[in-house]
Write a protein that binds this ligand. Sequence first.
Ligand code: WTA
Length: 654
Amino acid sequence: MAQDNIESTLHEDRHFPPSTDFLKTASLSADKLNTLYEQAKNDNQVFWADQARSEMDWQTPFTTTLDSSNAPFYRWFPDGKLNVSYNCLDRQLKDNADKTAIIFEGDQGDVQYISYRQLHARVCIFANTLKAQGITKGDRVIIYMPMIAEAVIAMQACARIGAIHSVVFGGFSASSLKDRIEDTQAKLVITADGGHRGGRIIELKSTTDSALESGCDSVEAVIVFKRTGHDISMQSGRDVWWSDAEQNQSSDCEPVWVEATHPLFLLYTSGSTGKPKGIQHSTGGYLLNAITTMRWVFDIQDSDVFWCTADVGWITGHTYVAYGPLATGATIVIFEGVPTYPDAGRFWDMCERHAVTIFYTAPTAIRALIKQGDDIPNSYDLSKLRLLGTVGEPINPEAWMWYHNVIGKQRCPIVDTWWQTETGAHMIAPIPAVTITKPGSCTRALPGIDAAVVNEQGEEITTANQGGYLVMRQPWPSMIQTVWGDDQRYKDTYWPMFDGKYYLAGDSARRDEEGFFWIMGRIDDVLNVSGHRLGTMEIESALVANPLVAEAAVVGKPHEIKGEAVFAYVVLKGERPAGGIDDELTQQLRAWVGDQIGAIAKPDDIRYADNLPKTRSGKIMRRLLRTIAKGEEITQDTSTLENESILPQLQGKV
Ligand code: WTA
C-alpha cells in the first residue's frame, strides 16, 4: 500500500461546549449517551438488535442479528423482512399525515408543500406505475433527475416494490450515465426533460438519449418527468411522460416486504483504480443507521425543519434527504438550484423563509459563501437555526469559525460528520448537546462504531497526534455490502489489512490527547473536489482517450473554495506546445473531460511535457507531481527518476 508520510501540521486549541439554549430541548443528554456507549460496549450485537427493534417496523422480525459466516460479506438482520418506504411513509399516516414532509423550492423560486399523506399517495401511484412498466423486485432502475421532489418520489417508489435504484448525479455526462446503466444492467431510466440550475436549463433528456444511442441494451423504457417544458425529443415505444405513465394508477400499493439484506440501492463512487464502483447498500442495516444518526447527531424533533443541501446524486442526498429524515417523520427542504442564484443570499433567504432549524452542507459551499462577505447572511433572520452540520471533507478551522459566528451566531452547535458512501451513515461525529467541539475535528465515533487509527501492521497508534490509517474494527449495520458485480474488488479495496478483519476507510487520521479524531486526507489517488470524490485514474483515462493525448497524470492541488482542484500533466502524441502552455488546446481538453465524466472533473490546469516523471520501473512519481503542482520546492529524492531532465518542463520553467 503506497503511503506518503502522514504528517500532522494543524494545531487547534479552541474548544466549544454545547450551547445552553440547545441543551434545553436536546433529546440525547450526556447520561443517555453514556448508556448507549455502555450498551454497545457490553454487546455490540445486542445493542444494534435493540435499536433495530425499537426504531423500525418489521413485517417479519429477525432472529439473527449478524451473520458473519462469510466475512467480510456481513449480513445484518438476515432473516428479518421489512420495507423502507413503509417505514418512511406509512408509519406517519396515523398521527402525522398532514404534517409537511417536503418543502420544495425550485431554482426560479416556485415553492411546493407536500404532506406525508400526499407523499405517500404519490409514491404509491408511482410505484404502481413502475410495476405497470414491468419492474419487479431486484430489477435495477436508473434515476437521472434534477433535485426536485420527484427524484425522492422515484427513489421511494423503487424501495416500495423492492426495485434497486441507482441515482446518477444530474451533472454527470452521457458517458458516465452509460457506464452506470451498463454496469447495473438497468431495465428502466427515470429522467426529466431538464432541470433549472442557476437560471439555466440542465439538459437531462438529451444526455440520456446520447447515453442510450449505442449499447445499454438492458433498457426497455425511459420515464420522463416534465420539469422545464422546453423542447426535447421522445422516442416512441421507449420514452413515456411520467404523467401519462401514471394515468389511472391507484394510490394504494401494498409494499413488497424484502429481506433486510436485499439491496436498497447502488451508488457509484470513484476509486483509485478502474471504473467507479457500484457501492451496494442493504435495506435493514442501512435504514437503521440513517435513523439512529438522525436522532443522535441531528437531534431531530417533531418541530424541526431539516435542510440538507446535498443532491440526491450523492450518498448524503440518499441518507439525509431521501431516507433518514422521512423515516423519522421530519419536514425537509429540497432545493433545485445553487447557493449563488439569484444572489449569494439564497441559502440564508431560504433558511429565513422556510424557518429552517437544522442546516447541513459542505465546507466547499461554506467557503464559497464566506467570500461573499458577512453582510449578506447578516441581513437575514437566521434565529430559527438551532444546529449546523458539515460533511464531505475536512473543514478548515477558519471556515468552521465563520459558520459558528456568522451563521450560528455562536448559539448553534456544529456537527462535523465524518462518513463515506460506503459507510452509509455518520460514523464519527459530535453529539450536539454533549460533545465539546473543536474546529476541524469530527470528534468521536458514535455508539456502536469501533473506529481506530492504526499503522501498516494494523496496530493501534496510541501516541497522540500521530497519523495513521483510519479503520473500523467491527462491522456496523449500514456498511457497504459489496461492490456490485465485483466481490473481489470489495475485498481488495476495503479489507486488505490485518487478515481482512478491519474495514479500511482510505483516509488518514490522527487522534489528539483527548482521543478526538482529525481527518488528514485520503491515502489513495482519490481527489476531493468540492466534497466529491474523483479518482485520478478516471480523469487520466478520459484524457488519454482523446486522440491527441499520449499520456496523462492527474493530481490534486489545494484550492481555496473547492478544497482540491484537478491538475493534469499531459504528454501529447505530437509536439509539445512552446513553453508547455496551449490555452486553446487546454480548453478543448477540459471540454473533453467534461463530456467524458462531467463538469466537476475538468482539470483547472493542464501542463504539457515531453514525458512524465517515472521511476526506473516505470511508475509515475505522483508525490513529485503533487509537489510541483503546489508550486513547492522539490525536496524529495529525484535520483531514482529515469528522466530527471523533465523536471523544468513539469515545473513550467521552460
Ligand atoms: C471525506 C461523503 C473530513 C473523507 C459522505 C471520506 C470527510 C470521503 C468528512 C467520503 C469530514 C467526508 N471530515 N473528511 N467530516 N466527511 N470526508 O463517499 O475523505 O462522497 O473518505 O461521502 O470524504 O466521500 P463520500
